[in-house]
Design a protein around this ligand. Sequence first.
Ligand code: GTR
Length: 325
Amino acid sequence: MSARRILTACAMLALAALPALPAAAQEWRGWNIHAADYPNGQAMDAFTRMVGERSNNRIRMRTFHSAQLGQQDEAIQQMRLGTIDFGNFNLSPFNNLAASTNVVTLPFLFRDVGHMQRAIDGVAGEAIARELEAIGIIALAWYDAGARSLYTTRPVRTPADLRGMKIRVQTSDLWIDLMRGLGANPTPLPFGEVFTSLQSGVIDGAENNWPSYESTRHFEVARFFTTTEHSNVPEVLAVSRQRWQRMNEAERNMMREAARESAALQRRLWAEREMVSRQRVVAAGVTVIEINDRSPWAALMEPVYAKYAATPALAGLVRSIREMR
Ligand code: GTR
């Protein structure tokens, strides 16, 4: 036997003697805009725990809460590049990147939460997931984000009251047109800048759901909440395509299942938090202006539909959502 063969044989024996090593553990970094105790943060932590356990601790995920890894638009870019591995995102920041996300952002489209959930768990979610995949993001499950309403430093009862007011919106052309359509002056800003911008008078208001209005303490500086409930845009729990491509089918299924369970938890926690947040801000002295008839607001939104559901595919999606029971 040549010296080389002997060496190879020795190396093989040495390898065989080693205990079977688990495939290399992976560390995944996750993005969350909200605090850890927000429904989304709790649901993400549940997701990462499930994935850890079900992968025998091979996939170790850690969520960085409270926008520690940057604001939402940057985080989306990082997901696409694969420098952030997973995250929970509102769908509006995708409006300029994936046309079908405009559909679920459209004002006054959903009749209620159940209607929104049926659409996003079905036909709308399928269309959006396809488009997100094409830009490097794999949608695993959908989180609730409630109805978004206006909150301002001066009372707003009608669209006429909004005229000339500077209202913060997310970075999305649809949101700019929506707010302009209602008569306001749209001001795109990152979420993390809203509080100081309200405080310093750079803006006169913003719009969001009860839990965000409360958890960010925006209610301390914008004391009037007008229940326009103009959009029910949902959120996604997603992983970067870079990671997804390196996973096998069993791992993908395991992760999808954990994401679905995480979404079920998020939706339960969300419904509770919406009530709690509303109670908290009312107890803190916020004036709630109830809008019972939304038709004067909705009537102003036709140009937004004409522009953002313009192609046959998008108009068809709007139609099938409307026809859902
Ligand atoms: C919240 C949402 C965030 C972010 C924020 C905003 O409701 O959960 O992801 O989109 O609104 O208005 O920027």
